[in-house]
Design a protein around this ligand. Structure first.
Ligand SMILES: *Cc1c(COP(=O)(O)O)cnc(C)c1O
Length: 459
């Protein structure tokens, strides 16, 4: 093992240090990759030297993928990674703690608990009463919220499912919300039609009047409103739904208030940005991903829930083959979807411990400032910003796009060919637009210069 790590150390350091020199987008075909794998690896008949293998894998990772850790990746919510978090993930792989039973890994479970209690406080929750756990990602956290809410609202649901003759449960979310809920509604057996998609207003926020009307209509026709999902930082446009108004409506209507803050939850670590997500502390449950704006490697999501008892009911099982439960702690395998579970939380714990809260704050605010800079530069160059958020996602369009002289996909391809990664986005009520998100804490003003230079000819 020691030799392997020594051999890896230099290569890892080079990769991290020189990421900006790599092409941000791959230039390879599927058939090219398959031919290489068939030729080199075939039926795995000949063992390969560790050194040659590492070289080949590193080359594939360097050349055959979009580089999310590149400072010119103005991309989806995939971050650059803090070195401490990478080391943490490697240590987890070496020691391989089994998290599912507390008594198997009390140290690891307590490290996660300590980290999650800190983050619960940052969200404005009470760590003494709230439940919190690490998940594979935001999808699992959203799924957990739906399962727990259904279990709490419909007493027979756990045993009989929808065959209990229940009225149809309905989930309300905006046209800009995340599409994981379609798969979740499908899998939960309530069907994709249980999602009531509420239109957004001119600022891309959920229209609360339309929401109230939809709830009243559903009640009148015998359906059973269950949950409102507010998004804090939409995936397309980084916009935050009106959390306080939605929290008030949930209270009046006795509905579960879920906040999907997969990306935007991180704003709570910045005194300057946290007002953008005010109201999140009133949630019944919250989704927050560490593998997005908290800049740790995938996969690391988090699920927070005010109703500890409902979580325990939703995931309860009784077996003889598992070691006895420890009293006074959350046993992971009976409080979440996963069974065997990786020590997901160590990467966030180590990044937090090494950077401190202050280090995180400054990285987050740096990214927000770069976002502001992109907005200013675009506007002064004649582009038009189509989203409204203090968070670092900028959606924009320009004369050539608006008149139809250019299409967004062609601009995206042209900009990517110049070594800058942006994407196309379709947000409600707008023509296809361009989207640049500051996902890397390593993005600097010179990278914004490169973005502006790459965009120039497509205006
Ligand atoms: C990314 C995202 C998700 C899904 O999270 P994964 O970690 O990719 O499973 C859910 N909701 C929002 C708002 C997101 O941006």
């Amino acid at each position: 093992m020691t030799d392997r790590w020594k051999q890896m150390a230099a290569a890892v350091g080079d990769f991290y240090q020189n990421i900006g020199e790599l092409p941000v987008s791959p230039n390879v075909t599927t058939s090219g990759i398959r031919a290489h794998l068939a030729e080199r690896y075939g039926e795995f008949a000949t063992p390969m030297s560790a050194e040659a293998l590492q070289d080949d894998v590193l080359r594939m990772l360097s050349e055959w993928q979009v580089q999310p850790t590149h400072p010119r990746y103005f991309g989806l919510f995939n971050p650059s990674v803090h070195p401490g978090a990478v080391v943490a993930d490697a240590l987890v792989a070496v020691a391989n703690p089994q998290m599912c039973v507390y008594s198997h890994a009390p140290g690891a479970n307590e490290i996660e608990r300590h980290t999650l209690r800190f983050l619960t406080r940052k969200l404005g929750g009470d760590p003494e009463t709230w439940f919190a756990s690490f998940t594979s990602g935001g999808s699992e956290a959203n799924q957990s919220a739906v399962i727990v809410a259904m279990t709490r609202d419909l007493p027979d649901f756990a045993r009989l499912g929808l065959t209990a003759g229940l009225p149809r449960p309905m989930i309300y979310l905006s046209a800009e919300s995340h599409h994981s809920f379609e798969k979740i509604a499908h899998g939960a057996g309530i069907g994709r039609d249980a999602l009531r998609v509420i239109p957004v207003d001119g600022t891309l926020r959920m229209d609360v009047n339309a929401l109230a009307k939809a709830i009243a209509m559903d009640r009148a026709s015998g359906r059973r409103p269950l949950m409102i999902v507010a998004t804090a930082g939409t995936t397309g446009a980084g916009v935050v739904d009106p959390l306080v108004a939605i929290a008030d409506l949930c209270r009046e209507e006795c509905l579960w208030f879920h906040v999907d803050a997969a990306w935007g939850g991180t704003a709570c670590l910045s005194p300057r940005l946290k007002k953008a997500i005010a109201g999140i502390e009133r949630a019944d449950s919250i989704t927050w991903d560490a593998h997005k704006w908290l800049s740790v490697p995938m996969g690391a999501g988090m699920f927070f829930c005010r109703h500890r008892d409902a979580v325990a009911t939703a995931f309860a099982v009784d077996t003889s083959y598992m070691p006895p439960s420890t009293s006074g702690v959350d046993e992971p395998y009976v409080t979440g979807i996963q069974w065997s579970r990786r020590f997901i939380g160590l990467k966030l714990f180590m990044a937090l411990a090494e950077l401190g809260e202050e280090g995180y704050r400054s990285a987050i605010e740096h990214q927000a400032r770069i976002g502001d800079m992109i907005r200013e530069r675009l506007v002064s160059a004649g582009w038009r910003i189509v989203n409204d958020t203090p968070l670092p996602v900028v959606c924009f369009t320009g004369p050539a796009l608006e008149t139809g002289h250019m299409n967004a996909a062609a601009v995206v391809a042209g900009v990517q060919a110049k070594g800058v990664w942006i994407s196309e986005v379709r947000i409600s009520g707008c023509e296809p637009s361009l989207r640049a998100c500051v996902t890397s804490f390593r993005t600097e003003p010179e990278d914004v210069d490169a973005l502006m230079a790459a965009l120039r000819e497509f205006q």
